[in-house]
Design a protein around this ligand. Structure first.
Ligand SMILES: [Zn+2]
Length: 193
């Protein structure tokens, strides 16, 4: 059942005329064939992106086994850079050490997508996911690692394809080299698969 964690915020009826104005300001004729439906199409896309419904996020189970590392790797999300409104994708790995609450597996991807479906920077994307995983699982040890390509680097400015890496490591992932090594070995196995 869908939740209403994120209220709908996009006013499609306001966005469409703004897109039409934008087309005019770009020197285009918004009434020409190819563009006639573009303002409404773009406004609906913004609604689809921002008003994304991640579904139910909060399913947790009482832990059966405690002190296990749980990791889900390679969750591909698309987001929009808030500085340029250009897309970026990121492959997200999420891990936590379960103590007494286990998060349903499908929730990892839903949480990652929920945080991606807004104007973002990769650092805040990673932090937001880590905070939510932490509050749902009440785990002290949480890691979120992201590898992303930003079109604002690839398409504009220096136009150099570049991959950005960012990570949040908390609890044992920060302080215990063994836990960190286990996490990064899972990541590399995921990448090789
Ligand atoms: Zn940017």
């Amino acid at each position: 059942m869908p939740t209403n964690d994120l209220p709908g915020t996009v006013d499609v009826d306001r966005v469409a005329p703004i897109v039409r104005d934008l087309l005019t300001a770009l020197g285009e004729d918004p009434d020409r064939d190819g563009l006639a439906d573009t303002p409404l199409r773009v406004a609906r896309w913004w609604s689809e992106f921002v008003d994304y419904d991640p579904g139910k996020l909060a399913t947790t189970f009482e832990g059966v086994e405690i002190d296990q590392m749980v990791a889900v790797t390679g969750i591909r999300v698309w987001s929009l850079c808030e500085h340029h409104l250009l897309p970026f994708w990121a492959d997200i790995d999420i891990a936590y050490i379960a103590t007494d609450r286990i998060l349903g597996l499908s929730k990892f991807a839903r949480i990652a997508h929920q945080h991606a479906h807004r104007l973002q920077v990769q650092e805040r994307l990673v932090t937001g996911i880590a905070d939510q995983i932490q509050s749902l699982t009440e785990a002290e040890s949480v890691a979120v690692v992201a590898t992303g390509e930003h079109l604002c680097m690839t398409m504009r400015g220096i136009q150099a394809p570049a991959i950005m890496h960012s990570s949040i490591l908390r609890g044992l992932f920060k302080h215990d080299p063994a836990a960190r090594a286990e996490l990064f070995s899972l990541r590399s196995r995921g990448a090789a698969a």
